[in-house]
Each structure stands twice: as structure tokens, then as C-alpha cells.
Write a protein that binds this ligand. Structure first.
Ligand SMILES: Cc1cc2nc3c(=O)[nH]c(=O)nc-3n(C[C@H](O)[C@H](O)[C@H](O)COP(=O)(O)OP(=O)(O)OC[C@H]3O[C@@H](n4cnc5c(N)ncnc54)[C@H](O)[C@@H]3O)c2cc1C
Length: 455
């Protein structure tokens, strides 16, 4: 596998991407972490910060950052997959406010660590602008702003003129804006973090696919790790592990990147503070202006694959890339002639109730974190800090947050899972078409939403 082809972000790395040695034989550590993405690496980072003598081993079936962590859209946001209103309903108003406050602190924490550890991940804290380009979208923007007031969030409504000043797209009639997001180069972040934890003494075994994960035991084809604690940090790949088939569904998100654009094009488009951007349509799209002046633009819409299969070929779907290009030019006609230089994708992880969670079973020493949907860049840092506190048995505010210890129910067996997820994705596409035609809130979306997610 040519790891450089995984994403624009990997292609931009100057390191040779030679895999670290695989696990060979038996080792004994305090904490074994399966998956060397952001979740696994942040967990190792905070464990080391708390106790530099801890023996930590990370294992990855490919290389550090191979999964979603090295391929995502680069929004390090304060978004959380469960809405504040849902958290409040289930855990009370104060718990919802605390979860979202922790997410905002997380953004500052990622920026702080990158600076302290000299990880140059092209970070720009420019916030996020989410456009409203139709009346139904504006209604959703207004509802989101009202929720923000109730739960102490920073999201505010922008008039059309202020929205356009940030992102000069077609058909803009308003927007929501939050300052709580940074554009990052995710592969630089995750690979930089791997170097830091390795330098501090953690062992990272690459090309070491874990075949069994059990209390105090992790097994690969050529070795065994015995540990007091075993952390599962495999997100979209979790369903491939024995015993976890229905825990997290891998749903694909696909992305494209343009060539570096000229100053005249950027003067026309905006995004002067490198704001990340989206709009209030149902089928999610997302973008960022990169440090080298490209526009990275992605979205959902790729199919879920039967039995949670994951294959390299699923990262690239011509039909989805064409739809992304159409959506991009519709939004920003100035990009009509821009060359697309990179196309890629990968699986993110969704729990049955769309709830991200983090936890530790003290009886077995098994810990987990994930189910971040499309919000894992920031949330994985909160997960890492929380897992460190749980493993070290520290009574902090983090271990009291409502997502800690949450257990999502299992996904349905196939073929129901396949039908449900793909039916939902299709409903979102149709809902956007329906709204464009009728200019009213989509009936289909209103009917499908409760089936798809709980927030
Ligand atoms: C295309 C795309 C765009 C996204 N955009 C954003 C965004 O802009 N902002 C945001 O917040 N989130 C985004 N996300 C989600 C975010 O990237 C993820 O939530 C986050 O990176 C998850 O990190 P992780 O470490 O938990 O999982 P991953 O980064 O997926 O890491 C899991 C690791 O486990 C390894 N592994 C799997 N199976 C095994 C095994 N059997 N043995 C050993 N190792 C194994 C894999 O090789 C992988 O390296 C996006 C995701 C995708 C796919």
C-alpha cells in the first residue's frame, strides 16, 4: 500500500512513511492501545503526561494515522454528535452545558499541545460559517441559534451580508457562525503526535493487525501484549474486531481537494481567516481553505457496505466525487475551472443512537472511546484525557461528563442495518431535492430524522 495516496494530507508529508516494526513475540505493559489514530495517541499522550513511567504499547494494523485521523476534513471543532437538547433531556441542563463547555476547552487544548510540542499542523482558529441558502435552511439556522442561547454555546446568526463577507457563495440569505473551530492539517497532527508519544517512551507497533482483544490481552498474528488495561480505539474499523460486529457502523465520507488557487480566486471567495464552512442542507457537506491555498471539500453520500465491510476501493466512488464537484461549483462558481488534484475518503464510526462515548470497565480493564460520527478530531482529545483519568482512577470533572460510561445499543443484524443506513442516506439526499423544489421544510427529513438519529 502506498500510504502517501491515502489523502492530500498524507501526500503533503515530507517524512518517508516507512512503517515502524511490527509486534513480534510477547510484551508486557501497563496499557495496551489498539488503534494509533487520534484517540489512541491522545490517550497515550495524557497517560504519559500524568505518569512518565507507565509502559504503553500502541498497535495499528497499518501505520499511525492510517484511519480517519489522517484523512478527515480537518475541522477541529467543538461539535459533539449528540445535541445539547438531547443531552439535557437525558442528563439535565447542567450536564449538557458541561459537555459542550468541555468541547470548547478541547479546541484550546489541541491548539495548546500543538504549540507546546512543536507539532506544525497548519492550524488556524478561524471558526466555522454554516450558510443558509434557502428558507428552510434559514429556519434551521435560527433554531440552532436559539438552542445555542439556552446552552451557553457561541453560535450566532449572521445576516446575509455578513455571511457573504466570510464566504461569498451563491444564494446566501444568512448563516450561523461560531468562533469555536480550527482548520488543521490532520495528517501532520496525528503523525506529529505519534512522534511525541514515541519519543516519550511508548512503543508503536505498525502493520500489526489485532486479531483478538480481551481482558489483559491483545493478540496479533505474530505476537501478544499482556496489559493491565486494554483500550479499543478503532472507531470505524471496530466492526471488524471479533465480538464487536454490531457496535459501531462504518459510514464513508469522501473528500476532494483543488489545486492551490490564485489570489484573485480567493479574493472572490473569502474565507480570509481560514474559516471552515458548510451549509444547512441535510446531507452533510464540509470544507476548509488549506494553508497552501487549496479548497478541500467533502461530504457524505457514499453507501454503507453490507456487513460493515471496509475495503480500499470504497474510499473512492466516482459518482460521489462527481456530486461533490457539482455541489462545489454550485456553491462557488469561481471554482468552475479549478483542477481537482486529490480525491479520497474513509470510514467514520456511528453508534446506533449516534452517541459518542468513552468508558472503562474497571472489572476487566477494558476501555473504549468512539462513535464520534464526523466530530472526532476534537472529541478524540477529550476522549484521550478522559481515558487517562479513568485508567489512573482520578476523580476529575471530565469523568463526570454525561458521555462517560454511556453504552449504545447494538446495530440491527443484516440486512436491516444495510437497509436502515442506506435508506437514511437516500432520504437525506431526497429531502434536499424536495426542499429546493418546494422551499419548505422537508417532510421526508422530518419523518426520517427520528429513525436516523436521536438529536
Ligand atoms: C473523510 C472523513 C472526513 C472527516 N472529517 C472530519 C472533520 O472535519 N472533523 C472531525 O472532527 N471529524 C471528522 N471526521 C471524523 C474523524 O476523522 C474521526 O472521528 C477521528 O479521526 C477518529 O479517530 P480514531 O483515532 O478514533 O479512529 P481512526 O483514526 O479511524 O483510527 C483507528 C485506527 O485503528 C486501526 N485499526 C483498525 N483495526 C485494527 C486492528 N484490528 N488492529 C490494529 N489496528 C487497527 C486503523 O488502522 C486506524 O489507524 C472525518 C472522517 C472521515 C472518514
Amino acid at each position: 500500500m502506498r500510504y502517501r495516496d491515502l489523502s492530500l494530507w498524507f501526500d503533503q508529508l515530507s517524512e518517508p512513511l516507512t512503517p515502524r516494526p511490527a509486534l513480534d513475540g510477547e510484551v508486557q505493559v501497563d496499557v495496551a492501545i489498539v488503534g494509533a489514530g487520534l484517540t489512541g495517541l491522545w490517550t497515550a499522550y495524557y497517560l504519559q503526561a500524568a505518569d512518565p513511567d507507565l509502559r504503553i504499547a500502541l498497535l495499528d494494523k497499518e501505520i499511525a494515522g492510517f484511519g480517519a485521523s489522517g484523512r478527515n476534513g480537518g475541522w477541529c471543532s467543538a461539535l459533539f454528535p449528540v445535541s445539547a437538547a438531547t443531552l439535557a433531556r437525558e442528563h439535565g441542563h447542567d450536564a449538557a452545558v458541561a459537555q459542550y463547555a468541555a468541547m470548547r476547552e478541547t479546541l484550546s487544548e489541541v491548539v495548546r499541545v500543538a504549540q507546546t510540542e512543536s507539532i506544525d499542523a497548519d492550524i488556524a482558529v478561524g471558526g466555522t460559517v454554516v450558510l443558509a441558502r434557502s428558507q428552510p435552511q434559514l429556519r434551521r439556522a435560527e433554531a440552532e441559534t436559539a438552542e445555542a442561547v439556552e446552552y451557553d454555546l457561541n453560535t450566532r446568526l449572521l445576516e446575509a451580508v455578513d455571511a457573504r463577507a466570510r464566504l461569498n457563495a451563491t444564494g446566501v440569505i444568512g448563516a450561523t457562525f461560531t468562533p469555536d473551530c480550527a482548520a488543521v492539517q490532520p495528517a501532520k497532527l496525528v503523525r506529529g503526535l505519534a512522534e511525541v508519544v514515541e519519543r516519550r517512551g511508548a512503543a508503536i507497533y505498525e502493520q500489526s493487525a489485532v486479531t483478538q482483544l480481551a481482558p489483559h490481552l491483545v493478540q496479533t498474528a505474530h505476537g501478544t501484549v499482556r496489559a493491565d488495561y486494554v483500550v479499543r480505539a478503532t472507531e470505524g474499523y471496530t466492526a471488524r474486531l471479533p465480538g464487536a460486529r454490531r457496535a459501531i457502523a462504518p459510514v464513508y465520507s469522501l473528500i476532494t481537494a483543488t489545486e492551490p488557487l490564485g489570489t484573485a480566486v480567493w479574493d472572490e471567495i473569502g474565507l480570509r481567516e481560514r474559516e471552515t464552512f458548510s451549509d444547512h442542507r441535510h446531507l452533510i457537506i464540509y470544507g476548509q481553505r488549506t494553508a497552501d491555498g487549496r479548497l478541500v471539500f467533502g461530504g457524505r453520500g457514499a453507501p454503507y457496505h453490507y456487513a460493515s465491510r471496509i475495503r480500499p476501493g470504497y474510499d473512492r466512488v466516482a459518482r460521489v466525487f462527481d456530486a461533490l464537484r457539482t455541489a462545489l461549483v454550485d456553491l462557488l462558481p469561481a471554482l468552475r475551472d479549478a483542477r481537482i488534484t486529490h480525491r479520497w475518503g474513509g470510514p467514520l464510526g456511528i453508534a446506533r443512537d449516534w452517541a459518542a462515548s468513552v468508558g472503562l470497565d474497571p472489572g476487566t480493564g477494558l476501555a473504549w472511546a468512539g462513535g464520534y460520527v464526523g466530530d472526532g478530531v476534537g472529541t478524540s482529545n477529550l476522549a484521550g484525557r478522559t481515558l487517562a483519568d479513568l485508567i489512573l482512577d482520578r476523580e476529575t470533572d471530565l469523568v463526570d461528563l454525561p458521555w462517560v460510561g454511556h453504552r449504545s445499543r447494538q446495530w440491527e443484524p443484516e440486512p436491516l442495518r444495510w437497509l436502515g443506513i442506506n435508506g437514511g442516506l437516500h432520504a437525506m439526499t431526497v429531502a434536499d431535492v424536495e426542499e429546493a423544489r418546494t422551499r419548505r421544510q422537508s417532510l421526508i427529513a422530518r419523518m426520517a430524522m427520528p429513525l436516523l438519529r436521536r438529536n
